[in-house]
Design a protein around this ligand. Structure first.
Ligand SMILES: Nc1ncnc2c1ncn2[C@@H]1O[C@H](COP(=O)(O)OP(=O)(O)OP(=O)(O)O)[C@@H](O)[C@H]1O
Length: 262
């Protein structure tokens, strides 16, 4: 099945990322071990409002553990994680739930409900998190979110009727419907053919440009890294070994950095 091209019209360039812009996600000196397996060791990384940061690391290096710590599913052994000004470790269940409504998470598996239509899948987070929206707005919000990912015609379809790329877009639409400040993408192009993968990369950029969203992207796919990252953070031996633009890291004369770009 062919994909309709994304139709988000970029309205404004994202704010320039850099030290002068607001930090919306800060991981500071975080360590996490499982027994003798020291996965994260003094890991630090800050994301500025509106930037896309890709975390690149070998298989088993701790990327998923890092994301789980950020969304409060795993408690770090040491260090602090601050998301949108809130120290994750101090949040009770309700506060964590409210924070999760502002931080979209795009699962590698997409995590769509197969027994629900696309529309029902999109309404699920809306009804769970955004309790004060008028029901009359629901159709408008679903339509907008689907149009944002170029799939305005799919509301009545079931996930099984969609291609892998379309399912990824619907999962992103389900995240976008809550207008998150931050989106965490877990290997967004894994399992997609190269053409569809590049479409998803462009869509990630379009979302950033349209909504000024900040994104943390976990990826192995170097094309995805090149196309989506404002900055790349290398996770090596549990630490944030190097951070820079794709071009900066690619030209760095350090074998441990270079092996990612070879
Ligand atoms: N709940 C857990 N209990 C024990 N060990 C764990 C747990 N979660 C992760 N680990 C270990 O932490 C290490 C890092 O795993 P993680 O899944 O974060 O790697 P990753 O970088 O995401 O890998 P991949 O790219 O292959 O998905 C692995 O050695 C893994 O076995």
């Amino acid at each position: 099945m062919s994909l309709t091209p994304p139709i988000i019209a970029p309205q404004a360039a994202p704010p320039a990322a850099g030290p002068a812009t607001e930090v919306v996600l800060a991981v500071e000196h975080v360590s996490k071990s499982f027994g003798e397996n020291h996965v994260l060791q003094d890991f630090s990384l800050a994301l500025h409002k509106g930037e896309n940061v890709v975390v690149l690391g070998k298989s088993g290096s701790g990327k998923s553990v890092l994301v789980k710590c950020i969304i409060g599913l795993l408690p770090p052994d040491a260090g602090t994680i601050t998301v949108l000004g809130l120290d994750v470790a101090t949040l009770d269940h309700e506060a964590m739930d409210r924070l999760r409504a502002r931080v979209g998470f795009l699962f590698q598996s997409n995590a769509l409900y197969d027994s629900m239509t696309v529309r029902e899948n999109l309404l699920f987070p809306l009804r769970r998190h955004w309790l004060d929206h008028p029901p009359t707005q629901e159709d408008e919000l679903v339509t907008q979110a689907l149009e944002d990912v170029g799939l305005g015609h799919t509301a009545a379809m079931m996930p099984a009727e969609l291609s892998g790329g379309m399912r990824k877009r619907i999962a992103l639409a389900r995240t976008l419907i809550l207008r998150p400040d931050i989106i965490l993408y877990d290997e967004p192009t894994t399992g997609l053919d190269p053409v569809t993968a590049r479409e998803i990369d462009h869509l990630i950029r379009e979302v950033q440009q349209k909504y000024g969203t900040t994104a943390l992207i976990i990826s192995h796919d170097m094309n995805c890294v090149r196309l989506t990252a404002d900055r790349v953070a290398l996770l090596v031996d549990g630490r944030c070994y190097a951070v820079g633009t794709y071009a900066e890291l690619q030209s760095r004369d350090d074998p441990r950095v270079h092996e990612f770009f070879a």
